[in-house]
Design a protein around this ligand. Structure first.
Ligand code: PLP
Length: 416
C-alpha cells in the first residue's frame, strides 16, 4: 500500500478516528505536559519526575523489583531483556501466537540464541498443558528462557500468564519467564511479582497513552543476578552502566520530555483507577465483539462449496481469535469473508471516512483488519468507529447483517 493510500490522498474533513492497535490516542493533558521549556536532565526537579515515573510504572506492572527505561520503541526493550540475561547458544522456547512472537524469536536468533518454537495455530494459541509437557521432556533443563507475548497484537489473542507460570511450576522447570506486555499493559491485568515473571517488556505508545519513544523492562532479582554473567555483547541497552545512578542513568541525553508526558499519562491512569481502566477496556471490547458477531450473522447466503462437496459454515465476518477465553480486550482482529480484500475495505474506511484501522500482518495481510481499542477511549469513540466500519462495509460490498453498531449500543446499555 502506498503512503497516499495508507494515509488518505487528500484531506478528509474532521478529526481522524484512529483505531490502529498502537500507537493510540494521546490525551491533551499528556501532550500539554511535554509542551515545556527544556531542563537539565540532572536537575533535581527532573530527577524527582524520573523517580516518580519509575514508581508509577512499577505500580501498573505490579512489580516491586527492578525497572529500567530505554529511549527507544518496544524493539529496544525486546533486545534489552534478551541481551542482558542470556548468553550465545542459550536455548529459548517461544510460545507462538502470531507476527510479534515470530519477530521477537527472530531477534533472539540474531543475538545468537537458539530458539525453539512451541508451535500454535494463530487462532487459538497453544493448548493448555502443551507447555508443561514440553518442559517435562526437557529433563536436563536446557531451556533457559520461555518467551510469550501477553497480548498478540497481530491476532487479538491474550495468553493467560498465570496459567503459563502454573505449567512451568508443575513441570518444576527453572527457565526464566519473559513476557511482552506491549499491547496489554494498562489495558488488562498484569502481575509481575505474583505471576513469577522474570522479564516484562513494555512500551509507552499503547495502553500508556504516550508518544512512541520510551520502552522498559521490569526485571526480577533472579534475572538481575543472571545479568552479571550474561555473555551477549551489549552497549546501549547494558543494565550495568544504567544502574550506576538511582533511579537510573541513560546512555547519553535523557529524553526528559518523554518522562514528563509519561508522568501525566500515569497520573491519569491512577486517577481513573487501574481496575476501572480494565473494566472500561472489557466493556468496550465486549461491545465491539457484539457488533462483529451481529455482522457475522449476515454472511453470504448459501452453503460454501468445498472441493469435497457442500459443507462448512456460510462465509462470514468473524473474530480471528477462536477461543472465547483468550479474546483480547485491547485489540480485535476481524477475518473478512473470502474474496473480500481487507486492505481494500481499510482504504475505503480511511480515504472516504478518515477512519484508520490496522492491517493484517504477515500471512494475514488482506484477510484481516484490526481494531485497536486501547488507551484513551470511550463509548462515543467506539460507537462512532463501529458505525463507520458498517458504512465502509456497505461500500466495500462486504456481506454482513446490518445493525452491528445498534447491537453494540444495546450491549453497552446492558453493561452500563
Ligand atoms: N510487541 C507487541 C505485542 C507489539 O504490539 C509491538 C508493536 O506493535 C511490538 C512488540 C513492537 O513494538 P515497537 O513497534 O514499539 O518496537
Amino acid at each position: 500500500m502506498s503512503a497516499d493510500e495508507q494515509h488518505g490522498a487528500g484531506r478528509v474533513p474532521g478529526r481522524q478516528f484512529f483505531f490502529n492497535p498502537g500507537p493510540t490516542h494521546i490525551p491533551d493533558s499528556v501532550l500539554g505536559a511535554m509542551h515545556r521549556p527544556v531542563i537539565d536532565f540532572l536537575a533535581p526537579e527532573f530527577i524527582e519526575v524520573l523517580t516518580r515515573v519509575h514508581e508509577r510504572t512499577k505500580r501498573v506492572l505490579k512489580c516491586s523489583q527492578h525497572l529500567l527505561f530505554y529511549g527507544t520503541n518496544g524493539h529496544g526493550a525486546w533486545e534489552g531483556a534478551l541481551a542482558n540475561v542470556f548468553s550465545p547458544g542459550n536455548k529459548m522456547l517461544m510460545i507462538e501466537s502470531g507476527h510479534f512472537s515470530i519477530n521477537w524469536a527472530k531477534m533472539a536468533q540474531e543475538l545468537g540464541l537458539e530458539v525453539e518454537l512451541l508451535a500454535a495455530d494463530w487462532r487459538h494459541g497453544i493448548p493448555a498443558g502443551a507447555l508443561e509437557e514440553r518442559l517435562r521432556s526437557d529433563k536436563a533443563h536446557e531451556i533457559k528462557g520461555i518467551m510469550v507475548v501477553h497480548n498478540e497484537t497481530a491476532t487479538g489473542l491474550a495468553h493467560p500468564i498465570a496459567d503459563i507460570r502454573r505449567e512451568m511450576d508443575a513441570a518444576g522447570h527453572p527457565a526464566m519467564l519473559l513476557v511482552d506486555t506491549i499491547s496489554s499493559l494498562a489495558s488488562f491485568d498484569f502481575r509481575f511479582d505474583e505471576w513469577g515473571v522474570d522479564l516484562a517488556v513494555g512500551g509507552s505508545q499503547k495502553g500508556l497513552m504516550m508518544i512512541t519513544g520510551l520502552s522498559f523492562t521490569a526485571i526480577s532479582e533472579r534475572a538481575m543476578a543472571a545479568s552479571e554473567t550474561a555473555g551477549i555483547t551489549r552497549s546501549f541497552v547494558d543494565w550495568k552502566q544504567m544502574m550506576t545512578v538511582k533511579p537510573q542513568r541513560f546512555p547519553g541525553t535523557t529524553p526528559v520530555h518523554l518522562f514528563y508526558g509519561l508522568d501525566e499519562a500515569l497520573r491519569i491512569l491512577e486517577a481513573e483507577g487501574l481496575d476501572q481502566v480494565f473494566a472500561r477496556h472489557a466493556r468496550l471490547a465486549g461491545a465491539i465483539r457484539t457488533a462483529i458477531a451481529h455482522w457475522g450473522e449476515g454472511g453470504r447466503s448459501g452453503i460454501r462449496v468445498d472441493a469435497d462437496g457442500p459443507s462448512g459454515p456460510v462465509e462470514k465476518i468473524e473474530l480471528l481469535c477462536g477461543d472465547p477465553a483468550r479474546v483480547s480486550n485491547s485489540v480485535t482482529a476481524v477475518l473478512t469473508p473470502s474474496g473480500i480484500d481487507a486492505n481494500h475495505f481499510r482504504r475505503i474506511a480511511l480515504n472516504k471516512y478518515n477512519l484508520s484501522l490496522g492491517q493484517g500482518l504477515g500471512p494475514l495481510a488482506g484477510k484481516v483488519f484490526r481494531i485497536g481499542h486501547l488507551g484513551d477511549l470511550n463509548e462515543p469513540m467506539v460507537l462512532g468507529a463501529l458505525a463507520t466500519i458498517e458504512l465502509a462495509m456497505r461500500d466495500a460490498g462486504m456481506p454482513h447483517r446490518p445493525g452491528g453498531a445498534q447491537a453494540a449500543i444495546d450491549a453497552l446499555g446492558r453493561t452500563n
